[in-house]
Design a protein around this ligand. Sequence first.
Ligand code: GRF
Length: 229
Amino acid sequence: MVKKLPIGVLVSGGGSNLQSLIDHIDQGTLNAEIRIVLSNNPDAFALERCRKHGIPTAVVDHREFSSRERFDGRMVEILNAAGVELVVMAGFMRILSPEFFQAFPMRIMNIHPALLPAFPGTHVQRKAVDYGVKFSGCTVHFADEGVDSGPIVIQAVVPVYEDDDAEILAARILKEEHRIYPQAIQYYAEGRIRIEGRKVHIRQPLPEAVAKETGSASPPVPVPPRSSD
Ligand code: GRF
């Protein structure tokens, strides 16, 4: 049995991305174990989802800390105590301090509901509609100290129709988020990701027989084939 990737998930709200990770783990398409779910918001519905599935949670309410560094320091303590290897941000609405990034260098993933580098920041579905783009989508990336600026792992594209409003577009994008986030984490779990500067390389999966022998990869998730232009 290949070792499961221990992850910690940071949430602030509804947690539909968290739910998709839980579902993929249950279905056996994501070889990870959610060691802890951390929320800065005591009322986040994501916490309710955890209770249902017996997943450990911790609430670290930012309002109870005198500085961002102290708040982040507490989160780092909890994540380390839980043995987390990869930190997964899933709708976490706080900006992290440099100290947090130093604690998990290139070991923090985020999902953003736009095609980066277009529309970083917040309310991006509305911005995409208002701008009049014909396509938008979502981006899984490693988080760095900038805003939505780290190396990109996977993107998915959705059309934007003329009569879309922000809510309709957000729902269309969310469906894709639920598909590509578990996939990106699975690539990481299989040790197939190599980061070189801004570029994320995803190597092809090992043949199953070799994977079994070396114990280095779980059931392969195919990398999309390259089209011959
Ligand atoms: C998602 O759109 C995600 O891209 C963004 O915040 C939203 C979180 O939604 N970072 P949910 O809490 O996972 O439902």
